[in-house]
Every structure is written in structure tokens, then in C-alpha cells.
Design a protein around this ligand. Structure first.
Ligand code: SAH
Length: 353
């Protein structure tokens, strides 16, 4: 697929991209993400034996371009979370909150390796009941995963909510079924799952907020900034730059699939996203596009390794795609230096040597 293979249609009209969101289509974006991640894992881009256990396995699909993009996305999020988890004061507790988690398996990745795991870590996954219900069913069918959730029977694995929904509330993993656009629903659900205000917390929003109206995303960013009094961070990965030629195609393609990038025109640049976070309660914020992340902030020996997995020669298109995604890391409060210095943008002392 060369860049010339793209048709550049006219930009969508304002009415087209502002069509009311289709929750069903947005919920389904987790399937695309899980499929692509499973495909990467099968080909050896990263270790993840879990995603394919949760979704109906298909032969690996997707182009080298897609695989490299997903590899860099997963690696950037993993490393951001890992640094936070490693830097948070030892033995005092630390929380990870994956907002719009879909079928993501970061919990299992942290848990599987003693060098990444902390026994005082609590991991929360938030998504619509329709999505987490399916994830809970899938985990219920995979007994081999239960030990990683500290349970050995169905009775221990799932409980019933007052509304009759099946829930996972284990010692270290809590699945929170809520529509995050409704702030009161989000904060009540998090509280009832045991989110603690006094523990350092990192929030993840990986391809989530861009699918909602800007005001809803604003509410979530603001809620996250005030949800804990302890130092906290938020890492976000999503699309940007809707106004150039490639951006217009990207916007149109997703709108046609029923999941428009609803907030991309309200915050159309990385600078706008940074200001958004600073205005919504975060003290510091760094943001870079995926070309820069790939070149300067991911482990270059890993980059070399994955380049050998599949041949890829669509460099022009590769840089275009990566220039339309970014990683943002926000942190607070201003007074706690460790929380500002543990993002993937800051090199660790070992890397500086
Ligand atoms: N972060 C995951 C999934 C991305 S797909 C990953 O990168 O693999 C986007 C996810 O956000 C979907 O699972 C969708 O259901 C969820 N989502 C979108 N809007 C939401 C809302 N208002 N409340 C809860 N979850 C939402």
C-alpha cells in the first residue's frame, strides 16, 4: 500500500463529522485494537499471550505498517505506565486506571513479570458494561488466567452488582462498568470499586477520548486531575492534525465507519491538547507525535529487532500516519517532582550515561 494508493476525497462537512455518536460503533473499536494487538503478538512484535485468549482468534492480519504503528503505541503506553509504577514510593500503594480499556491486557503484562509487578498495585479498567461484560465472560472461560487474578474459582472471580451485572473485583484488579461521559456515574463507580484518593495513580486513555464530544473528554480529564489528592499522571494516545490532507482522510474514514473523531476539531493539534490538560487541572504536560516518540523515546534496540520481523518500504506513508498520532503525559501536583520526571519523555539516569 503506497501513499499514492490513498484517495483524497473532499473533507467531510461539519454535519457529517458531528453526527451523534453511535455507542455501538465506538464500543466496537476495542475489537480492532485487540485484533491488531493479537496479530502483533503472533508475529513477535511484543509479548502478549493474553489478547488472543480473550477474542476469537483469527490468523494474523494487518500490514507491516499497522503492526509497527501498534507496536509503538503499545510500547509507549507500557513504558509510561511502568515508569510510573516503578517510581511511585515503594510499599505505599499505587493505582493504574485504564479509561476505556476495551480488551487491553496491560494488567496481565504487569502482573506476569516480578520485575514489573508490585504487590501494592491496584488496577482498574473502565468501559461500557457491554464491553466489560464480554471481557468478563472471556476471562471466566479461561481458567489459566485466574491465578493472575488471585482466584481459583468462579465464585471468587465474579460477583454480582446490585443491578445483577457480573463484576470482577479481585484484590488487584477491578472492572468498572460505566459510561464515562456521565461524570457522576464515573466517580460513583470508581469509588464503589475502591479507588483511593491517597494513592499515586496513573490514568490511561488510549484511543478513547477522541471518540467523544470534547466536553465529555474535558470532564474526564478534569475528573482524573481531581480524583486523587496524591501525585498522579495521565497518559493519552490518540489522533491529531485533522486539517491536512492525510488528516482529512483519516477523519472521513472513521466517520464512515460510524465512529467519528468527535473532538479532533475542538483540539486539532498537540499544542491544543497540551493547553487542554493544563486548563483542566494538570500542572505539567508534555506531548510529542509518534515519529518523535519512535525515534527518541522508545528502546532503539527493540526498534531494530522489530524492523527485522517484516519488510516495510512505505516510508512516506509510515511517517504520515505516525505524524497523526501523539503521546501526551500530564502530571500533578506541581510540588511533587518524581511524578513529573517519570514519563517516557524524561530519560532515566541509566539512559543518560
Ligand atoms: N484502550 C483500548 C481500547 C480502545 S477502543 C485499547 O487501546 O486497546 C475505545 C474504547 O473506549 C472502547 O472499548 C469503548 O467502549 C470505550 N469507550 C468509549 N467511550 C466510552 C464511554 N463513554 N464510557 C466508557 N467507555 C468508553
Amino acid at each position: 500500500m503506497a501513499s499514492g494508493g490513498y484517495a483524497f476525497p473532499a473533507a467531510p462537512t461539519m454535519d457529517e463529522w458531528r453526527r451523534p455518536p453511535d455507542d455501538g460503533a465506538v464500543q466496537c473499536t476495542h475489537i480492532d485494537a485487540a485484533m491488531a494487538k493479537a496479530s502483533c503478538a503472533k508475529l513477535g512484535y511484543f509479548q502478549d499471550p493474553y489478547t488472543e485468549q480473550l477474542i476469537r482468534s483469527r490468523p494474523s492480519s494487518g500490514s507491516p505498517l499497522i503492526h509497527r504503528g501498534y507496536w509503538s503505541r503499545v510500547e509507549a503506553i507500557r513504558q509510561s505506565v511502568l515508569r510510573f509504577v516503578q517510581e511511585a514510593p515503594a510499599k505505599e500503594g499505587v493505582q493504574v486506571v485504564n479509561l476505556g480499556a476495551g480488551f487491553d491486557t496491560l494488567y496481565f503484562w504487569l502482573r506476569e513479570d516480578a520485575s514489573r509487578w508490585r504487590d501494592d498495585l491496584i488496577y482498574f479498567e473502565v468501559d461500557f458494561p457491554e464491553v466489560l461484560g464480554k471481557k468478563i465472560s472471556a476471562i471466566s472461560r479461561r481458567q489459566n488466567l485466574w491465578p493472575m487474578l488471585d482466584v481459583s474459582s468462579m465464585e471468587e472471580l465474579t460477583t454480582r452488582s446490585s443491578m445483577g451485572m457480573r463484576e470482577i473485583r479481585t484484590k488487584h484488579c477491578r472492572m468498572v462498568q460505566a459510561d464515562m461521559r456521565i461524570s457522576s456515574e464515573l466517580s460513583a463507580a470508581m469509588e464503589s470499586c475502591g479507588l483511593r484518593a491517597d494513592l499515586p495513580t496513573i490514568f490511561i486513555a488510549e484511543c478513547v477520548l477522541v471518540y467523544m464530544q470534547a466536553a465529555h473528554g474535558d470532564g474526564i480529564i478534569q475528573w482524573a486531575a481531581s480524583a486523587v489528592s496524591a501525585p498522579s499522571a495521565m497518559v493519552m494516545y490518540e489522533q491529531t492534525n485533522p486539517h491536512d490532507r492525510f488528516g482529512k482522510v483519516m477523519v472521513k474514514n472513521l466517520a464512515e465507519r460510524g465512529c467519528p473523531l468527535l473532538s479532533v476539531f475542538d483540539y486539532p493539534s498537540m499544542e491544543a491538547q497540551k493547553n487542554r490538560f493544563l486548563e483542566k487541572g494538570w500542572s505539567r504536560c508534555q506531548v510529542k507525535d509518534m515519529n518523535e516518540i519512535y525515534k527518541n523515546h522508545l528502546d532503539q534496540s527493540e526498534v531494530e529487532r522489530i524492523h527485522k520481523l517484516e519488510l516495510m518500504d512505505e516510508f512516506e506513508e509510515w511517517h504520515l500516519i505516525q505524524g497523526h498520532y501523539f503521546v501526551l503525559c500530564a502530571s500533578r501536583p506541581e510540588t511533587d517532582l518524581w511524578v513529573h520526571n517519570c514519563t517516557i519523555f524524561n530519560k532515566t539516569p541509566a539512559e543518560e550515561n
